[in-house]
Design a protein around this ligand. Structure first.
Ligand code: GRG
Length: 298
């Protein structure tokens, strides 16, 4: 594991532990904390810090936004696991939020995480110019909504079990469901770090392509990994009749396509030179799982 990433991971973990100090109603905070603080890779907050560094920004200024992004991600996982969606029992190696707290509390914890993410982003971002903060908020909101995660998830549901779903639809789903939040993560880091429009746009291109490759590899892992390795139930995509890269092209071709996409993604980082070190390291870790069929570990 890259020491660079490890160090930034520690900063994120510490900050996350401070964003949800429990008050009343305690059970709501408990469910929110359970979803947020369970052991995830913190890939999106890392992308946010990496984007900030790439434009020469101070990473302390990107920490509140990085926490907000992880809150949105955690919320999407909680809702994804619900009986009405994936109906999963295991997430991050632990019982899913609704299994532990019941469905009503899990739905509300997800809702509260989504809303509170924006409070965290605004309250703690004292050093960010208001215009930049509004820009960053708009990016995060768009990545979560119909043009992002929610839109991708609906297309995913509509496509499950349907015949003749091709690569174009799968790319649409992956880019919306996964890519847009990764794009926003890197871009928001660039925005709060003081980057210009061109730099932010390159960070977005990078994150979107990386997100596509990441989702392809996540789908490969669903086919090739055990429950212990995944921390969630494997084989669910095939069971649900989902169109994925492994279903369309097979495991080996999917891994090599993911590698090509990552190569394309890092080309967007050229303008940042050595300042994009963290982003290169993250892309490198993801690319490595394209060589072995393992679970992505950061
Ligand atoms: C955000 C408004 C809003 C609604 C949510 C349920 C839903 C709508 C969307 C589901 C999105 C989803 C779960 C996409 C999969 C993305 C993905 C690859 C998740 C796994 O990411 P990792 O491996 O997870 O980074 P960890 O646990 O490491 O954080």
């Amino acid at each position: 594991m890259d020491a660079f990433i490890q160090e930034r991971g520690r900063l994120i973990e510490e900050a996350l532990s401070r964003v949800l100090i429990p008050v009343e109603p305690r059970p709501l905070y408990e469910a929110m904390r359970y979803a947020l603080l369970s052991p995830g890779k913190r890939l999106r907050p890392l992308l946010c810090l990496g984007g900030c560094e790439a434009v020469g920004g101070e990473i302390a200024n990107a920490i509140p936004a990085a926490c907000a992004i992880e809150m949105v991600h955690a919320m999407s996982l909680v809702h994804d696991d619900l009986p009405a969606l994936d109906n999963d029992e295991l997430r991050r190696g632990q019982p899913t939020c609704h299994r532990k707290f019941g469905e009503a509390l899990a739905i509300l914890a997800g809702d509260a995480l989504l809303a509170h993410a924006f409070t965290v982003m605004v309250e703690a971002s004292h050093n960010i110019e208001p215009k930049r903060l509004v820009w960053a908020i708009a990016e995060l909101a768009e990545a979560a909504g119909p043009k992002g995660i929610a839109g991708g998830q609906v297309q995913d549901i509509l496509s499950a079990g349907a015949s003749a779903i091709g690569q174009e639809t799968v790319d649409f789903i992956h880019k919306h469901k996964t890519g847009r939040l990764m794009a926003a993560s890197a871009a928001i880091g660039g925005i709060v770090g003081g980057g210009n429009a061109e730099e932010v746009s390159r960070l977005k291109e990078f994150g979107l392509e990386l997100g596509l490759a990441f989702q392809i590899l996540d789908d490969v892992a669903d086919v090739t990994c055990s429950q212990e390795e995944l921390g969630k139930t494997p084989g669910k995509d095939a069971k649900a009749g989902k169109a994925t890269y492994p279903a369309l092209f097979g495991v080996e071709a999917s891994k090599s396509l993911a590698r090509e996409i990552i190569q394309r993604a890092v080309q967007s980082l050229e303008i940042f030179g050595s300042k994009a070190g963290t982003l290169h390291a993250i892309a490198g870790v993801i690319a490595k799982t394209a060589q072995v069929s393992g679970r992505l570990r950061i």
